[in-house]
Design a protein around this ligand. Structure first.
Ligand SMILES: [Zn+2]
Ligand SMILES: [Zn+2]
Length: 279
């Protein structure tokens, strides 16, 4: 015989989870959305007008790799010393922001804590900017957006690949198809942080393989470009497998000497688990 308390005990977890979902949804509907960086009201996609204007725009940068070059005028189309010394296999960069406050914090919250609301304004804005860029310059339109690959184990731990989510967001606003399957990681690399460009290149050797057909014109999509070593390695691989033109598209580019801030950042609570830094 099934006892009533047994039925109740199996229903309790469901009821608790269900009411939590209903409460969260009601909370979202009743309370105004706050700006993720200043907690102010009147936001669009999670960012208020003032904070949107204050984002560190990467408009003075190397045309090829997106490295911020503060000493040039924004109308020039310069190339940085590294790209002049050794031309990488990607030809253009589209990287709207510098990896500085608050963009570094927003990406960090998203990537390491799964708090998607911090990345939402960036993803939306990047998609909109990509659509404008392609309107102005249709020849740059890639046939395919290729998300930078993440090792399966790391992706399982994190629950998502941020590069794939960025590619999907751009795809929604431009209509360009995207994939996270074309490039696979063959093994886990040592963490790239703390390594210089040369060490990173050694660490990346033989790490990736192509599985499928590579179109002629592609854009590699990632969250942050730090030294350009990963992007360079992937671009070389794509060129070897038939790509004629490779661009790198990312949310942010680390300035020379590193731009990450240690400024405090407000906590508006998250929809994901608190996690350790693994990237
Ligand atoms: Zn704000
Ligand atoms: Zn460059």
């Amino acid at each position: 015989m099934i006892k009533p308390w047994h039925i109740l005990s199996t229903r309790i977890p469901y009821l608790v989870n269900h009411s939590r979902r209903v409460l969260t949804r009601t909370h979202e509907l009743l309370l105004p959305e706050l700006c993720v960086t200043c907690l102010g009201p009147d936001t669009r996609k999670g960012l208020c007008e003032g904070c949107r204007d204050d984002l560190p725009v990467n408009d003075r940068c190397c045309v090829r790799c997106g490295l911020p070059l503060p000493l040039i005028r924004s109308r020039q189309s310069p190339t940085c010393g590294q790209c002049l010394k050794q031309q990488p296999d990607y030809c253009r960069a589209f990287i709207p922001w510098r990896y500085e406050f608050p963009v570094d914090r927003m990406i960090g919250r998203y990537k390491y804590r799964g708090q998607r609301q911090y990345a939402r304004p960036l993803l939306h804005e990047m998609g909109a900017q990509a659509a404008m860029l392609l309107n102005r310059d249709p020849e740059r339109r890639p046939d395919l957006l290729i998300a930078a690959p993440m090792h399966r184990k790391r992706q399982r731990k994190r629950g998502f690949n941020q590069a794939a989510e960025i590619a999907a967001a751009i795809s929604r606003q431009t209509g360009i198809p995207w994939t996270d399957r074309l490039i696979q990681r063959t093994r886990k690399a040592l963490p790239q942080s703390g390594l210089d460009r040369k060490q990173r290149l050694t660490n990346l050797r033989g790490l990736f393989e192509i599985q499928g057909q590579v179109p002629a014109q592609v854009a590699l999509v990632d969250d942050v470009v730090t030294t350009g070593a990963t992007a360079g390695t992937l671009a070389t691989l794509l060129r070897r497998h038939g790509a004629v033109r490779v661009e790198i598209w990312a949310l942010a580019r680390t300035p020379a000497g590193g731009g990450s801030s240690d400024q405090p950042f407000p906590d508006i609570g998250g929809d994901g688990e608190a996690g350790s830094q693994t990237g």
